[in-house]
Design a protein around this ligand. Structure first.
Ligand code: 3PG
Length: 400
């Protein structure tokens, strides 16, 4: 982007593909981290006199307009953060988008409606995606990629549009890729990876890669119960992906052979039923050892012994990557595991990277200062796929 800025952008229509896919409660944004992350790029372009067209997806609408997934709240928040008025187009490539972009003066910013209101954005068919990319290209002179959270998607605005316009990487992309490179090339050891979240199936590929790279892998969240089951423990009503047990068993064996410490919870916070995350009423959970989860109980967080164990495994690390909460942190009865891991990262002297929408939102909603971490990534799937060593369509498109 510095190259673009020094060449001059005054009067140019610059399409910024951002990731404004923020969590919403109705129309209230509950975590605006992704909007703040794109500000340096949008500000720099606007200050240089560009006519900035910001575009993003939000949620997973079905290829047609759906008011529940409107980008309007994100546009309003972007305007508040920029301290200027931000225009909003009520469609993506239609009359509203064209007239909104035509009406921009130099240095002004517009947001167009959710890219996924158009089936062409996510189409598998190259021609269908290409046709939509053509319509997006008509709105701009230059393309700037700054939606790191979406670079793993082969979508029209991520993969096909850059081929149609002069294209540049924004500041957020440069920062994210710089940080993730540090984790893949010449990582400082001990390198500790903490993985949580609900489904082990989402994490298999990254575990596969990390078994050859990390020194310790600490497992928490709903996915831990499939590991415990694979070890022969009963997990009661805890989340379990029975079909993943063979893969998980293989990873446990490989870790042992390769000398990687794969650490599992030794205790769990359990309850007979999943808590109400809205009312947040006390649920009076109990703590049990990981090999003694009663048949009628569900594990919803790592227990106090595991918190201490994981903190000790993080304490002497030089590098830590953390993806996925340790429990149902949205309810105060099950937030302590996630809080303990966040605190352990802060207390260590390691270079710490928090990756993933959920863990990033967790550290902010639990009240941690985000500056206390080395880097909080805006990408969930994107950062995991980068670490898996996959080619990310949105990054490859910029290198062309
Ligand atoms: C994310 O939340 O990880 C990104 O915004 C990508 O969203 P998606 O998984 O719906 O493509």
């Amino acid at each position: 982007i510095d190259e673009l800025l020094s060449a001059g952008v005054t009067g140019k229509r610059v399409f910024v593909r951002a990731d404004l896919n923020v969590p919403l409660d109705g129309t209230t944004i509950t975590d605006d981290g992704r909007i703040r992350a794109v500000l340096p790029t949008v500000k720099a372009l606007a200050d240089a006199g560009a006519r900035v067209v910001v575009a993003s997806h939000l949620g997973r609408p079905k290829g047609a307009p759906d008011p529940a997934f409107s980008l309007k709240p994100a546009a309003v928040r972007l305007g508040e953060l920029l301290g200027t008025e931000v225009a909003f187009a009520t469609d993506t490539v239609g009359d509203s988008a064209r007239s909104t972009v035509d009406g921009l003066a130099d240095g002004q910013v517009a947001v167009i409606e959710n890219l996924r209101f158009n089936a062409g954005e996510t189409a598998k068919d190259d021609a269908e995606r290409g046709a939509f990319a053509d319509r997006l290209a008509a709105l701009a002179d230059v393309y700037v990629s700054d939606g790191f959270g979406a670079v793993h998607r082969k979508h029209a605005s991520v993969h096909d549009l850059p081929a149609r316009l002069p294209h540049y990487a924004g500041y957020l992309i440069a920062t994210e890729v710089g940080v993730l490179k540090k984790l893949t090339e010449d990582v400082k050891r001990p390198y500790v990876v903490v993985l949580g979240g609900a489904k082990v199936s989402d994490k298999l590929a990254v575990i596969d890669q990390l078994l050859g790279k990390a020194d310790r892998l600490l497992i928490g969240g709903g996915m831990a119960y499939t590991f415990l089951k694979a070890k022969g423990y009963e997990v009661g009503r805890s989340l379990l992906q029975e079909d993943q047990i063979p893969a998980v068993t293989e990873y446990l064996e490989r870790a042992e052979k390769q000398g990687v410490e794969l650490v599992l919870p030794v205790d769990a916070v359990v309850s007979p039923k999943f808590p109400d995350l809205k009312a947040k009423a006390p649920t009076h959970p109990t703590v049990v050892d990981a090999d003694a989860i009663p048949a009628d109980q569900e594990g919803l967080d790592i227990g106090p012994k595991t918190r201490e164990l994981y903190a000790s495994k993080i304490a002497d690390a030089e590098t830590v990557f953390w993806n996925g909460p340790m429990g149902v942190f949205e309810h105060p009865d099950y937030a302590e595991g996630t809080r303990a891991v966040a605190q352990a990262l802060i207390d260590s002297n390691a270079f710490t990277v928090v990756g993933g929408g959920d863990s990033a939102a967790a550290v902010r909603t639990l009240g941690f200062d985000e500056n206390a971490f080395g880097h909080i990534s805006t990408g969930g799937g994107a950062s995991l796929e980068y670490l898996e060593g996959k080619t990310l369509p949105g990054l490859a498109a910029l290198e062309d």
